[in-house]
Design a protein around this ligand. Structure first.
Ligand SMILES: Nc1ncnc2c1ncn2[C@@H]1O[C@H](COP(=O)(O)OP(=O)(O)OP(=O)(O)O)[C@@H](O)[C@H]1O
Length: 783
């Protein structure tokens, strides 16, 4: 699928030049140089122009596939055919027979499959072990030579099936020893691994990624070349040049390597939108699924031990979400009964990502995992913990109050005050006591002042503390009033607080004024939950304790330390957690998250390492250069490695939005005529700006045009007009950033982050449009 954030992980990144895993893997021992091949052919004639080596690879792979399919067909007609998935006992018996007949080196994979099945049988209601799908039985091919043993072909797929006598060995990608060879070693490399109890040494004779769809081989990626079946049925070689991660020679992938398509793209030079990438995607619909492409570093993080906290810092498009969801799959496979679907929680940054991940998980064999945004999850948990607290939550909190409530100083104060109440049975007795505690912590001015002074945050001094405190002191009594219990007593206590005649405006100029209605701020959900955890212990869901065995938090940079503390508080010991985020993509500047190190310290996790990811897979080198430039001083000192190069980023200036739309309409129509499967995002900072572009493009009768107002992305081809904030975590073939004017994006941190996020949604090409004095963040070199 070419749509933004493909909904199926089997084609999560439909672009023709996804680097073959062989070209991005690193190995202690380099692959031997590929023998010379004849020039690449792009003429589409069946098999025409295939090098001798290419032809040999194709026939080897076709023979292998034919063998597997024939075996699956025979197995299907035999009584010993794997029984329906829900018939666990028969499946276990079948596996036992396979083990009895298997060679020593195949036994661990089968035993693992058996253990997994036993776990599932015990749970009954969980995911089932799927039989091998004859339409797409595997995606990786290794040929291994081990000392004193004949060479053997091992295929990497989504489930295990081994029949050594038939020469068929398909091993689940999550099965550690074999997948380690696939993900860590290049063709030609020597390896040492442990299979079960046995140490083995060998050589990877062949390592290829294959795409099989509907039982047909469509694509082979090998170090010697990428071979693709054309519409006429024959194979041809495409874009085989090795990508250079350092930006060195031979790194260009497109448009040069796609001359034929670029030629088709009318006016492919400056002024033309479209690199032909989405056109090519249509032709080469069959691209390897992402599990086939994982690089060694990604696989290392995915396969980290099941206990422990893995913190991933990676730039835009470096595979953080990919790692998070594959780690869930890996743990669920290897973790026996511990990691069942109802015991894993995924927290995402937006409803759009929730939609994407919810659809991606079942395709990885993970049905029924809860995927929620933090605010949704916290709201529901808070309502369960305080069922009688019927205060509405209003989203009009002044910035100064958000910062006060999410500041690490507030988290520490809450912890300190709770510790002081260790022996106070009254405070701990029920959720009403917790509510009183919450109000007390927020409104005890002396303690609050001391806590913020100790935090020493130069951007949040006594002035701000006082203003935020006023807001809380004004609002908390009405909330406490919802508890008829000892209303009078509490009111009297609140009345003792000193009157405040200071300025009563919030940091953003909004009035911080008295409100007699019982209203909560969104940040109160986390404060109340943390207070509950500290005073009363574990949160509950119905009669059960609310506890998860694994937690994956995506876009963690937009959560406050207190949010993370609440989430970590619902994870069972020993904790198994993946936290992924990118400090360059912070959107909620008031959230209390400063950087990973400080946040981990705030959470008492100083000893946890932050794992950096360096390869930016999504965007081209040109897009990444722009995205880095707009970050200015906020950019990571180490630039990401960008495997792909593409069309230059262009800046177009117009006197008005009307002129810009006319230009865009003229570029978009031919783009979709050439590349009907393309996805294009037109991104504004503010909704009103997006409306202007949408209305005008609609009048220009741009087909498949959608105005996305509240995360209702279609994940299919077409033009989506929306605000930058909404597209966090998504991806498009092409992106146009509109109204990149000085009045819209000044040189402040939030503007830098927004432009960075918007730009890095583009996989292939980026345009920047200004309609007044351009933003100072547009780099000079863009012109
Ligand atoms: N090893 C890989 N080889 C090729 N493509 C990859 C690889 N890893 C990830 N990708 C692709 O790169 C794109 C970005 O991946 P992903 O969304 O996981 O990154 P991210 O770090 O979460 O990005 P963002 O921070 O922008 O949300 C996706 O299309 C994904 O399929």
């Amino acid at each position: 699928m070419t749509a933004n954030r493909s909904t199926s992980p089997t084609h999560t990144r439909e672009q023709s030049t996804a680097p073959s895993s062989a070209t991005v893997t690193t190995s202690a021992r380099p692959a031997p140089p590929a023998p010379p091949t004849s020039p690449m052919s792009t003429d589409g004639a069946p098999g025409a122009g295939l090098s001798e080596r290419g032809a040999a690879i194709v026939s080897e792979e076709e023979a292998l596939l034919a063998r597997v399919i024939a075996h699956l067909a025979t197995a299907a007609t035999k009584p010993s055919r794997p029984p329906p998935a829900e018939n666990y006992e028969e499946q276990l018996l079948s596996l036992r027979d396979q083990i009895a007949a298997a060679r020593l080196e195949d036994v661990p994979a089968l035993v693992q499959q058996m253990e997994r099945l036993q776990g599932i049988a015990a749970r009954r209601n969980e995911n089932v072990v799927e039989p091998v799908d004859p339409k797409s039985p595997y995606f990786g091919h290794l040929r291994l030579r081990e000392k004193g043993r004949p060479e053997r072909d091992v295929l990497i797929g989504r489930t295990t099936l081994v029949d050594a006598s038939a020469g068929v060995r398909i091993v689940d990608w999550r099965h550690a020893p074999v997948s380690q060879i696939y993900y860590r070693y290049e063709e030609g490399a020597e390896y040492e691994e442990t299979f079960g109890e046995r140490d083995v040494e060998g050589t990877v004779l062949v390592r290829r990624t294959v795409t099989i769809d509907d039982g047909e081989l469509y694509r082979i990626s090998a170090p010697q070349g990428t071979l693709v079946r054309g519409p006429s049925g024959g194979f041809r070689e495409i874009a085989t040049r090795a990508t250079e991660l350092s930006g060195g020679q031979g790194s260009a992938v497109r448009p040069e390597d796609m001359r034929d398509i670029a030629r088709a793209a009318a006016g492919g030079a400056r002024g033309g939108l479209g690199t032909g990438a989405a056109f090519h995607a249509r032709e080469d619909r069959h691209l390897p699924e992402i599990a086939a492409l994982l690089d060694p570093r990604q696989f290392e993080l995915i396969s980290k031990p099941d206990a422990g906290i893995v913190v991933i810092q990676g730039g835009a498009g470096s595979g953080k979400t990919t790692i998070g969801v594959h780690r869930l799959a890996f743990l669920s496979y290897n973790g026996g009964r511990r990691f069942t679907a109802d015991k894993m929680l995924v927290i995402v940054g937006s409803p759009a990502l929730r939609a994407y991940i919810s659809e991606a998980l079942p395709a990885l064999g993970l049905g029924g995992i809860a995927v929620e945004t933090f605010s949704e999850w916290a709201r529901a948990a808070r309502k369960r913990a305080f069922p009688w607290l019927e205060a509405p939550v209003e989203e009009n909190t002044p910035s100064v109050v958000t910062r006060y409530k999410t500041h690490p100083a507030m988290l520490h104060l809450l912890e300190q005050r709770a510790a002081e109440l260790k022996d106070d049975a009254r405070a701990r007795r029920d959720s009403r006591g917790t509510l009183a505690f919450w109000a007390d912590v927020l409104t005890d001015l002396d303690r609050v002042m001391a806590a913020f002074e100790a935090a020493g945050d130069p951007e949040f001094g006594p002035e701000q503390v006082k203003r935020a405190w006023r807001w809380c002191a004004d609002r908390c009594p009405a909330v406490l009033d919802l508890d008829p219990g000892d209303r009078a007593e509490r009111k009297a206590a609140m009345a003792d607080e000193p009157a405040d005649d200071d300025d009563d405006r919030g940091g953003d100029g909004r009035e911080v004024s008295s409100d007699d209605r019982a209203v909560l701020d969104p940040e109160d959900d986390a404060l109340l939950l943390r207070a509950y955890q500290l005073l009363r212990g574990e949160l509950r869901k119905g009669k059960n304790v609310l506890v998860y065995e694994h937690l994956f938090v995506d876009e963690a940079q937009d959560l406050a330390p207190i949010d993370l503390a609440v989430l970590l508080g619902v994870v069972a010991e020993p904790r198994s957690v993946t936290l992924a985020g990118d400090t360059a993509q912070r959107l909620f500047m008031d959230s209390g998250f400063r950087d990973w190190r400080a946040t981990l310290d705030d959470l008492g996790l100083s000893r946890v390492d932050v794992e950096p990811l360096r390869i930016a897979y999504r965007s081209t080198r040109e897009v990444l250069a722009f995205a880095r430039a707009v970050l200015g001083p906020l950019a990571d000192p180490t630039p990401p490695l960008a495997p792909r190069s593409g069309a230059p980023v262009e800046h177009h200036h117009f006197p008005s939005a009307g002129a810009a739309v006319a230009f865009l309409a003229d570029a978009i129509r031919p783009l979709f005529a050439r590349e009907p499967r393309a996805t294009l995002a037109i991104l504004a900072r503010h909704p009103e700006q997006a409306d202007v572009y949408y209305d005008a493009l609609r009048m220009a009768e741009i087909p498949n045009l959608r105005r996305v107002r509240a995360y209702e992305f279609a994940f299919r081809p077409g033009v989506e007009v929306t605000e930058v904030r909404q597209v966090k975590g998504l991806e498009y073939d092409y992106v146009v950033l509109v109204d990149v004017n000085a009045s819209t994006y000044s040189a402040d941190d939030e503007s830098r982050h927004l432009l960075h996020i918007g730009a890095t949604r583009a996989a292939h090409q980026l345009w920047v449009i200004s309609t007044a004095a351009p933003s100072p963040l547009v780099p000079d070199w863009l012109g």
